[in-house]
Design a protein. Sequence first.
Length: 360
Amino acid sequence: MIRRVEETAMSNPSGFPHYSDDFGRWVTTPDGDWTGGFWVGLLSLSYLETGREEFLNWAKEWMRKLRPRIRSETVFKCFLFYYGAAVIDLLFNEKEAADLAVEGARSLQALYNPSAGVIPLGREAEEASSVGLSETNIDSTVAVALLCYASEKTGDQRLRETGINHALANVRYCVRGDGSVIQSASFNTASGEPIRRYTHKGYGDNTIWGRAQAWAMLGLSQAVRWAPERGEFIEAARRVTEWWIKNVSGDYVAFWDFNDPRIPNALKDTSATSIAAASMLKLSRLLNEERYRDLAVRTLNSLSNYVTPVDGRDDRPPGMLTSGCYNRRIALATNNELVWGDYYLLESLLTLKGTIKPFI
Ligand code: GLY
């Protein structure tokens, strides 16, 4: 995977790698869309593993290109400034990255709606359909990590409160009693009352989109890390994780939507699966739960069958995590390498290897 990162960086892409085509050629975005932070994250992890300075230089170069996104009205800039800046500081103690991450967190807080207790998607959110000030989705729960991190850096408690409230609101809106997750919700902007639950990218409004379940696992394991005193996060993190474990298919690699009637012939989503593996590793560490680690290892073993090999048996470049499903509804990159799938897989592997010491 590190060879894949290096070859991509050496090819000097004109924008941030987003997903790749059937030949492994990256489709890029000029401003990082919602995924640019994962490219920076892959470069940072590659530096951590190899110690080769060029990876850190690339990571910082690409991080700087995210700065203009501070102004964008989207909750998903939490991904940009957590993985694209805070993670560099957490791993390498880099002040420039910390400053950018804090700026990103403050700009995120400026989008917070205190009456509803949630950061809405925003009018520029990179989502498939309804966006704006009365919508939220579970994908954004990881904002809690960026906001709590920035609170620790600055001593500003409001950042932390905002992050915690946002995560709690997403649990209320999107997580069902049995632990299954519906991706999105509309709410009353004055009272925060939920109006409807629906999906942007799943099969249907009442089905469980694989990445919704996985983003909930990730956001809640981060919430447990950053707000360990809030028992409700521990309970919700266990609930969504147990649901995943009970419902994932026998080979541990999730179908793109748990309720697609075409199962067992439906598409898989390896990116949902790598997010879930990374989350189970975090939760096993936080709760000292060996079972989650075992399940993460089984999941990663299965995912390794989807990584292009180094021995030339595949025409594509080695180190790609294939079979991610970006957006089945609009037939966009439904069986492809996705940059965030790569990121969470590499993060998981380095976690297992013991390379990653701080919690990221
Ligand atoms: N909205 C983030 C995702 O597509 O997973």
